[in-house]
Design a protein. Sequence first.
Length: 90
Amino acid sequence: MPIKKAAKKYMRVTERKTEKNRKIKGAFKSAVKYTKEAVAKADGEKATEYLKKSIKAIDKAVEKNVMHKNTAARKKSRLNKAVKALVLKK
């Protein structure tokens, strides 16, 4: 445990930031998971719906500095590619 007052404050700040980041990560991870499940079930309508939600959640994560912009671009690209292949296949 820290002894100095500033170190104690930093621990409280870190705890708050960690909780906020955990919520943001959870939001985009679950959105991505739902998109992947819809693609696996070959449900084009739900996949495109969840893709929009996933992209929005990923962009928010980048905006809040939870995820790097290149990582976000890669994830969005791969999701879009999977959904596009599913929709064009039908």
